[in-house]
Structure formats: C-alpha cells, structure tokens
Ligand binder design. Sequence first.
Ligand SMILES: [Fe+2]
Length: 456
Amino acid sequence: MKERETGSLLAALRRAATLHRLYGSSHPLTGVALADAAREADVLAEGQPVQLTVLDESIYLDRTLLPMASLTHGGFLRTMHDRGLRSVTFLPPVAMADLSRLTAALAGEALEPAGAGSVRLNQDNLAADDLEESGDGRRVAYTATLDLLRAVSLAVSERERVSLLDTAAAVRSLVDLCLDDPSAALLLSTMKSHHEYTFFHSVNTCILTLMIGRMTGLDRADQLLLGMGALLHDIGKVGVSPAVLQHPGRLSPEQWAEIRIHPQVGAESILTASEPGQEVVAVVALEHHARYDGSGYPNLLYFEEPPEHTDGYSRQHPLHLFSRLTAVADGYDALTSRRSYRRAESPARALRVLLSDAGTVYDPDVVHAFIDIMGEFPPGSVLRLQRGEVVLVDQPAPDADGPVPALLVVDAAGRKLARPEPRSFLPGEVAGYLTPDRAGVDPALILEQVGASPDD
Ligand SMILES: [Fe+2]
C-alpha cells in the first residue's frame, strides 16, 4: 500500500488546483505545482498504470482502501466527488499538460473526460460494490465519528441546535470498539492530522477516555455519556479563529482570552440540545481545562465565608469524574500530536509529563490508571532497538518485565518492510524512542495492513 505517496500526490493536486483557480493555468506558480504533482504521480505509479477511485469520501488505490489519505484529505475528496470525478487513472510517465485537465476540473472548470493521454478521468471505474467490501469496520466507526463532529461543529458555528442523539449513535460504536477490541482501539487512537487537528484530537480523546472509563468499571450507560463528553469537550473551539488556534508563538492577552472562552462556549452549545444527559456532557466541556487543583480555566474556585474567628479559604468545586478522565486523555493526545508551535512528544515522554503534572493539572489516580493501561511502551510507540531495527508497539504489554508485542517495520539492515511482521522485544533491547513522523511510520496504515482478519 502506498498511503504516504498517495497523500503526497493529493496534497500536490490540492495545491495545483488552488493556484490554477487563483492565478490561472498559465501562471508559473501553477506550473511549478503541476510539475510537483506530475512527479508525485510518477513516484506513486512506479512505471505501472494506477487508478485512484473516490467513493464516499474515501480513496482507493486500485482496490485498496487508503484510510489515512481518506481521513486527512476528506474535504478534498468530497470536492472531487462534487465535481463529478470518480476515478483518475495515471499512465506513467505523467505529462503536465494531461494533469492540468484534472486540476482544471478540480478548480471548478467543466470536466472534460479524457480518453487518451497519461491522465484519464472516470475511465473503467472499479465497481463501487467491489470496493465497499474492502472497508474496515473499525475505520468506519472512526470516520463516521469524524463526520459527525464536522456536522456538530457546523451546527455550533451556525448557532443551530446540537443533536445529542446522533452523537450518542457515533459514540456507541466507539464504546463497542473499546470493549470488543481494546488493542485496535488504542492503536486507532494514534491517528493524527495536523490539518484537522481538533476533529482527530476529539475522536482520539474519546477513545482514550473510554479506555480509562472501562478500567474504572463504569456501566454502559455511563460509558456512553462519558464518551459523548470526551468527544464534544472541545466543540467550543469552533468559536476560536484558526489563526489563534494555530498561532506558532506566544499568544497575546487578546488571543488568550479567545482560547479561554472555549469551555464556556462548548457547554452553552451542548445545552442547546434538549436530550437526556446533556448536563453531564456540558459539564465535561466546561471543566476540561479547570485542572485538578483549580489553577486552570474557567476559574471554579470560590471563597467560603469564614466561620467565626477563622480566616476564610478558597475552595475548589470538585471536578466531575468524567472531566478528570477526559483531562488526562486530552493531555496525552495533545502532547503526542504535532502542533504548529511544537513537535510531537513520544508516548513515553508524554506519560512522564502526565506523571509530573499529577496532583496539580491532573487527578493522580486517573494518571496512574492511564499509565497502567498504556504500560511503559504505549501502543503507537515507535522504538529503535539495539540492533537497529525499528518496531511499532501495537498492543499493551501483558506484564511489566516480559516481552512487549510489537511489529517490525524496519529491519536491522535499515530496509523498510512492505508488510510489518510480529516482533516482540524485551524492555532491555530498547535503544531509543522515535516519533512516528520522524520514523516515517504510519500506525493507522499498519493497523489496516495487519489488523484485518479474513472474516473482518
Ligand atoms: Fe480544550
């Protein structure tokens, strides 16, 4: 599977289509972008014809679903679909002139079906039924939840009433996933998108929160409310401008004020729903940054009137259990994600940060429960072993000192494996930690490659 190459090609096509639209087809910048896209198409094709098919906001390379490219380029795939583009066949070497017909169509010009040349549009589409069979239930739960979040965000930004019924349906499938296949759920929670950070972050936070909820013995009804709170915790960010959310440096007081209001906006939006359980879901949104010791925002400390002859003291309104669980999952996913202002931390380092903030930012009991779930080498960890091999941890280790189940992705000679192989390791073999970004490893893709059993 060539997930990364397809992602690069889609990114190049997006850029070319935008420049085509803004500056015209003959502008030198459009030419540079087209040349990039042609080069990416040739890298993807490796001398053989390849076909990309768009179906339901998912993209397939020949018959193989590409989950990560589908998730990160969802909006662009919808545009392709809306413009009538169902498939693109590349016959290398790809000529820029042929490619410009595609970017013209993407830029909104009339679609000219191309029957000849090195880029053919809508030719010999693979049957949709054929492709749908290769879908993966786990990814579907994840993408359906992302779609739901996009819809809820739109409702919030347009000041419409939020529906918690739809949210409950999406969360139910994530609850099932966490209960039935916790390892797959944990690995799935390592999916990242810099582009749509808040959406991916919300789904990941939901999965991780549910994993902690599972350990604390919550019943299913509570799990559902917990999952809804975790999924919607950042919904108030819809009101924060993207420039502030992605600001690379120190924030000005005005920008901080904009950020600090998102728990309040989120809680208000959730309360527009008139469905059972909305209060506790809104409480999670309101409290998720308040911090265990009350030093966060919004300020939930209050001053208690002193009894006679004593000094008064401030009291922290005790945070709801669901808020304390969500805060830990939120913190972990945020730390392990790349942001415009800092790089992603390795899972092990993120756990150390949580531990050092236990008792101040986070409830220490929840941090310890979370560390127990994740183990020393959390799923999604990419590690270099002493012999030079690179492995991806795909499951929590069954016991602390024993072998850790993992997948070999790069062998001792530095060769990347086309299909990862099981390779457990002992803690003493670890030479260093890598981030998936740096190691060029895509946990979601690997899950797709090794996770699908024949009866899936
Ligand atoms: Fe937040």
